[in-house]
Design a binder for this molecule. Structure first.
Ligand code: PLP
Length: 393
């Protein structure tokens, strides 16, 4: 079984590029150039140097001894929470801005929901001296004020999307519209392994540094580059894609994806796409998504903004379809408890997204000798308000 993208931009029956005709030249320019650019030595040198000296890579692979004792397995945490700006997202924004420069673009646009991808984009635009516009739903701007101000401090313009529910989907529509109108000078940085081909493959490649490092670090630590399990949370799926990437074709490594169940998969308030979704088209690709019988996208819900997305990327739909990745889901309650447990047991306050991955440990049938890598996608600073409101600590 092959898990990487094919010639036509598909992962099995998922993927493709379902875009309005007016967007075709932009996407085609990217598609026909991305591989030759990111595989060039010149690109690799600049990307690796920035990952090392700006982002702070390699991030540590930390043996969590108290957690290991509790779950009766050898548990390692891949510390993406220690990346500059607090999460894995910057791996991708650095890659895309270097690509945009080589395509001769001067301006960057992005969409953002909770603001994490917007901040990572505004950051690399400041670094490169490029103009940056971030589209964000008006409602999200009110809910995520600190991130709006972070982007503004970094010099980005934050544009309110005022259509629909005024959230992520509407911000994405606005960004697409802007891109159609400015095809020659602007690159659109998408924040996860979603969107039309080549975005899912491109973003997965930029994030694949995570599993490349895990292999080296495990080899050094244990004498074997292969863990028994890799566990990661899945919103759109970029941190998971990065953590799985170099293990995809090693079938003895069990890959676990953790989705947000919200209040529970049997309630209307959930974001567990593999449990609730069906095949459909969202944001330019064919994948699994939560929709009504007549194809209307269902508003997802999770306590964690980064997992509050009604679909998953096409790679993950294929990994689910083929059984290569086992998908689990974790409720708000279980995630919050795991976040507080990790804080108490290891001195690490995780992003609530990442707490979902930690919470899934109790659903695995682990034995003493099992080596488990949990991808800690981000840190909890941004979620302090949510922890305070939760209050049970
Ligand atoms: C955005 C985000 C996620 C979810 O996005 P993926 O593309 O699924 O990785 C997970 N964790 C953190 C910390 C995030 O900021």
């Amino acid at each position: 079984m092959k898990y990487t993208v094919d010639q036509n931009g598909y992962y099995g029956k998922f993927g493709g590029a379902f875009i309005p005709e007016m967007l075709y030249p932009n996407v085609e320019e990217l598609r026909s150039n991305y591989l030759s650019i990111i595989e060039s030595q010149n690109f690799k040198n600049e990307f690796d140097s920035l990952l090392q000296n700006y982002v702070g890579r390699p991030t540590p692979l930390f043996f969590a001894s108290r957690l290991s004792e509790k779950y009766k397995a050898k548990i390692y945490l891949k510390r993406e929470d220690l990346c500059h700006t607090g999460a894995h997202k910057i791996n991708n924004t650095i890659g895309q801005i270097l690509l945009a420069k080589r395509l001769g673009k001067q301006k960057i646009i992005a969409e953002t929901g909770a603001g994490q991808h917007g901040v990572a984009t505004a950051t690399v635009c400041a670094l490169m001296g490029m103009e940056c516009i971030v589209y964000m739903g008006k409602l999200d701007m009110e809910r995520q004020r600190p991130n709006v101000e972070r982007m503004r401090i970094l010099g980005a313009r934050v544009e309110a999307a005022t259509s629909g529910n005024m959230t992520l989907k509407d911000a994405t529509n606005e960004a697409m519209r802007h891109w159609i109108n400015h095809p020659t000078d602007t690159h659109y940085i998408i924040g996860s392994v979603v969107g039309p081909h080549p975005y899912p493959d491109m973003v997965a490649r930029f994030q694949s540094v995570i599993s490349a490092e895990i292999k080296k670090q495990l080899q050094r630590e244990t004498g074997n580059p292969y863990p028994d399990y890799v566990v990661a949370c899945v919103g759109g799926g970029s941190n998971a894609a990065g953590a799985y990437y170099h293990f995809l074709h090693d079938e003895h490594v069990q890959l676990i994806g953790v989705e947000a169940a919200g209040k529970g998969v049997d309630t209307p308030e959930s974001a567990a796409t593999t449990a609730l979704g069906r095949i459909g088209i969202l944001h330019g690709s064919k994948s699994l998504l939560m929709q009504t019988d007549d194809g209307q996208v269902i508003e997802p819900y999770s306590i964690s903004a980064g997992l509050d997305y009604p679909g998953i990327g096409p790679l993950h739909a294929h990994l689910f379809d083929t059984g290569r990745v086992q998908f689990l889901n974790v409720t708000d309650e279980q995630a919050m408890n795991a976040g507080i447990e990790l804080s108490r047991m290891e001195g690490i306050i995780p992003a609530i997204e990442s707490a979902h991955a930690v919470a899934a440990l109790s659903q695995l049938d682990l034995s003493d000798e099992d080596i488990v890598v949990v991808n800690l996608s981000g840190r909890g600073d941004k979620d302090l308000e949510t922890y305070i409101k939760w209050g049970r600590y």
